[in-house]
Design a protein around this ligand. Structure first.
Ligand code: DQA
Length: 147
């Protein structure tokens, strides 16, 4: 049975390509999914995607993953800096999770320096552009096959 990984993207990441390209680049959300899918195919991972602009829907997607998904990659976007509900959902399901940020929030406004999600994650990858998702997939694959 192949490893199952869920990739969750939070608010405004559906606008990749159009949204602040100087920060987030010119690749679209669909382009991101293609990039991740190509690496998943190489590794023999079954990958599914979820994007929402709504906090509760993101919590629901994490809850649905319980006992169905082996690992989660999440870019909670702005909810990173506000959401105790997403933190609690990750803790509740106990699924190994990697936090990804396209930019490096630590080098931006002060309000982006706090991540509520980080304590529940096995790793955080930030400031590596869309390649950060590919790196997360490789790390999670290694973690899941080693453990
Ligand atoms: C982001 C960084 C967040 O601060 C911001 O709200 C986002 C995207 C990133 O990928 O760099 O929407 O998570």
């Amino acid at each position: 049975m192949s490893i199952k990984i869920l990739v969750i993207n939070g608010p405004n990441l559906n606008l990749l390509g159009m949204r602040e390209p100087d920060i987030y680049g010119s690749t679209t959300y669909d382009g991101l999914l293609e990039l991740i899918s190509a690496e998943a195919d190489r590794l023999g991972i079954e990958v599914t995607f979820f994007q929402s602009n709504h906090e509760g829907d993101i919590v629901d997607s994490i809850q649905r993953a319980y006992r169905k998904i082996d690992g989660i990659i999440i870019n909670p976007a702005a909810y990173t800096h506000t959401s105790i509900a997403i933190l609690d959902a990750i803790k509740a399901v106990g699924i190994p999770t990697i936090e990804v940020h396209i930019s490096n929030p630590d080098l931006r406004e002060n309000f982006r320096k706090t991540s509520f999600i980080r304590p529940a994650c096995i790793a955080t990858i930030k400031g590596k552009g869309l390649q950060g998702y590919v790196e997360a997939l490789k790390s999670l694959y290694k973690y899941l096959t080693d453990n």
